[in-house]
Design a binder for this molecule. Structure first.
Ligand code: PLP
Length: 361
């Protein structure tokens, strides 16, 4: 069976090699006579799988020893409330940077708990570039500063890590593991797994240890970083299959040469696609070049009447899930780590052919 090229924004493509490995060991994991899904999370076998996944993630991101890695539930959206509940402490104020739909969602949820200040917004630039460091108006008394490193819908990605006095909190759901980062710059990093990590159902949280002491008393135990950390992310039953499969993806990433190698590939894939868009008359992407996402590439068609045909023909050619987010329309190609360069080549060739047939110069 041939696998299609999948440009879905999430749940997104997983590496063939990883799926084949999971398939091969599905019924009888390592000769134990049961699948990984049918094992106690507290069994020695599973604990080893879980610990190995954490270690591999630590290796890939070079996570310093004074950070806890948590495998939590509730997706990235639950972190929109988990973050204020855990970090506000005695403070009232929290700073948020608005760069699009996801950071705005986080900000809205933050208002339930905090006196939210918008440190900067990309709205005056139509969300086509991120605010610069010198445009951030940071509060003296903020408990933390929240931003989204990559807006999955708008295709807008930060090209710098903000400098802040208060701990920096980053929603990295759609670009974690796409390139090396300096974890020590952050207080908290969180990312839903279903884009660049593994299957849905798990959210990775990387939190600096000194921030574990501030949770508000009303914080549910399952959402308290300290409680989850003390129990090695097994305070309650974790999504064992997602954790296991994410671990296989981490090992696959290591085999690709780690994040430096994968970043070079990602840059190349994105450059090819943006070049195809910029050199065409039919396709367009409005984002400032420094802030163009290397993971999510939205584009519009000059003649919107062609959109339906574009999607139909793309699908017939094995290029799936190119429809843009329902809130903005247009097209979007998500080209996460697991989307091979051949997929981008095939998409670029299809786009050129489509243009020559339906929108000739
Ligand atoms: C940047 C970003 N943050 C948060 C979310 C919400 O994630 P979840 O559905 O896991 O709650 C998404 C989902 O697409 C996202 O792209």
């Amino acid at each position: 069976m041939t696998r299609a090229y999948n440009f879905c924004a999430g749940p997104a493509a997983l590496p063939d090699e990883v799926l084949e490995q999971a398939q091969a060991e599905l019924l009888n994991w390592h000769g134990r006579g049961v699948s990984i899904m049918e094992m106690s999370h507290r069994s020695a076998d599973y604990m080893e799988v879980a610990a190995q996944a954490e270690q591999d993630l630590r290796d890939l991101l070079a996570i310093p020893a004074n950070y806890k890695v948590l495998f939590m539930q509730g997706g990235a959206k639950q972190q929109f409330s988990t973050v204020p509940l855990n970090l506000l402490g005695q403070a009232r104020v929290a700073d948020y940077i608005d760069t699009g739909i996801w950071s705005k969602d986080a900000l809205q949820e933050g208002k339930r708990y905090a006196d939210v200040k918008v440190a900067a917004s990309a709205e005056p630039f139509n969300y086509h570039r991120v605010p610069r460091q010198d445009e951030l108006r940071l509060s003296q008394d903020a408990a933390y500063v929240h931003y989204c490193a990559n807006e999955t819908i708008g295709g807008l990605e930060f090209d710098y890590v903000p400098e802040t006095e208060a701990p920096l909190v980053c929603d990295m759901s759609s670009n974690i593991l796409s390139r090396p980062i300096d974890v020590s710059r952050f207080g908290v990093i969180y990312a839903g797994a279903q884009k660049n990590v593994g299957p849905a159902g798990i959210c990775i949280v990387i939190v600096r240890e000194d921030l574990l002491e501030r949770a508000l008393p009303i914080t549910p135990a399952t959402m308290t970083y300290q409680t989850v950390a003390k129990n090695d992310s097994m305070f309650n039953t974790p999504p064992t299959f997602s954790w296991y499969l994410s671990g296989l993806v981490f090992q696959w990433l290591k085999r690709q040469g780690g994040l430096t190698a994968i970043a070079a590939q990602n840059e190349r894939k994105a450059a090819k696609l943006y070049q195809a868009i910029d050199t065409s008359r039919l396709y367009a992407n409005p984002v400032a070049s420094a802030n163009r996402s290397i993971m999510n590439v939205p584009f519009t068609l000059a003649d919107t009447a062609l959109e339906k045909t574009f999607l139909q023909e793309a699908e017939a050619n094995g290029l799936l899930n190119l429809k843009g987010h329902r809130s903005v329309g247009g097209m979007r190609a998500s080209i996460y780590n697991a989307v091979p360069e051949q997929a981008v080549d095939a998409l670029v060739a299809f786009m050129a052919d489509f243009e020559s047939r339906y929108y000739p110069g």
